[in-house]
Design a protein around this ligand. Structure first.
Ligand SMILES: Nc1ncnc2c1ncn2[C@@H]1O[C@H](COP(=O)(O)OP(=O)(O)OP(=O)(O)O)[C@@H](O)[C@H]1O
Length: 321
């Protein structure tokens, strides 16, 4: 059984004060389905506004879907009690400066979830706090420090330790390094990779940096305007990216190891309040034909590599189904 099953999830945000003549809602996620196996890292990529953070929030129960379900080991997310949810999934946010309580010491921040969920005796909770600090490479000497007294990298280590306090099976990391200095980003990424190995964690890694996602993930989900447009093993990308949008993302951040033919997209991302008809990507797609504006492409391909495109790029020698 999969650890997580996301099935047909929609999230609609109502916009207050929207014009009577415009749409008063954003379809942040439309019919999103994906699975995550125990111990697997799934990377989520796409341009700003495509729904990555909304998906992350749905996975941890911070955003209720307007339709569809999220199941953890077969149990719907909304049936899990708070303590069970903490044992199931933890979240690391983009900016640790705002995600941590400024008034609590590191020790108290880490002890808080253990106290709230009454995990073990007081001495065991103290021991778990020490264990968590050691796990993320924080020296015992910072237990009494406030978040403002730490470096950005140390703060993100605290946030990661807090997310792991209740031994979750899944860690959702939403742009966990983008608010950090370039010099410490690699350290936090290596810490996440190390924790995944040591704890057998499953991970959802959200980023707009597709090369980092590729390095971190077993599988990559590409999103565009709230929809999943491709899901593929990371090792197959970019060489076997079938969707022109996935290819365009890789070509925008070229790598010497994995060169991709440059693809220039025409125009900006359409507004999420008024998505185009047919394939949502057709207004910018270099391969678009008139039929792309008529119907939404069906999901095609084998379960391990799906795509929504009627003009997929399938390299010779690769079977499309
Ligand atoms: N609370 C909200 N109210 C209204 N619209 C929202 C809200 N949160 C997000 N949106 C809209 O929903 C869509 C998806 O946003 P989301 O933050 O999930 O995308 P994202 O891919 O994470 O973007 P970014 O990379 O910029 O964080 C966008 O059009 C965004 O403007």
């Amino acid at each position: 059984m999969n650890l997580v099953e996301v099935d047909g999830v929609h999230v609609v945000y109502r916009i207050r004060g929207a014009s009577l003549f415009g749409r008063a809602q954003v379809d942040a996620l439309t019919d999103v389905s994906l699975t995550i196996e125990a111990g697997e890292t799934v990377g989520v990529v796409g341009e700003s506004g495509c729904g990555k953070s909304t998906l992350a929030k749905v996975l941890v129960g911070l955003q209720k879907p307007s339709a569809g379900t999220v199941r953890y080991s077969g149990t719907p997310l909304d049936r899990l009690r708070a303590a069970e949810l903490g044992r199931t999934v933890g979240m690391v946010f983009q900016d640790p400066a705002t995600a941590l309580n400024r008034r609590l010491s590191v020790g108290k921040i880490l002890r808080d979830p253990l106290d709230v969920h009454r995990r073990g005796k007081p001495a065991e909770r103290d021991e778990r706090v020490r264990e968590l600090m050691n796990l993320v490479g924080l020296p015992p000497s910072v237990a009494g420090a406030l978040p403002a007294q730490l470096s950005g990298g140390q703060r993100q280590r605290v946030a990661i330790a807090r997310a792991l306090a209740l031994h979750p099976a899944l860690l959702v990391a939403d742009e966990p390094t983008s608010a950090l200095d370039v010099s410490v980003r690699a350290q936090i990424l290596n810490l996440l990779l190390d924790l995944r190995e040591r704890l057998g964690l499953a991970m959802v890694f959200v980023s707009h940096d597709i090369q980092t996602v590729r390095r971190m993930s077993d599988r990559i989900v590409t999103m565009y305007l709230g929809r999943v447009v491709e899901q593929a093993p990371a090792a197959e990308l970019p060489a076997q990216a079938h969707h022109p949008y996935t290819r365009a993302l890789f070509s925008a951040t070229p790598s010497l190891l994995h060169p991709v033919e440059p693809i220039v997209l025409s125009g900006p991302v359409p507004s999420a309040t008024a998505p185009p008809p047919g394939c949502p990507f057709h207004t910018r797609c270099p391969k678009a034909t008139p039929e792309c504006s008529i119907g939404l492409p069906p999901t095609d391909g084998p379960p391990e590599h799906t795509y929504r495109c009627i003009h997929p790029e399938i390299p010779t020698g690769v079977s499309p189904s």
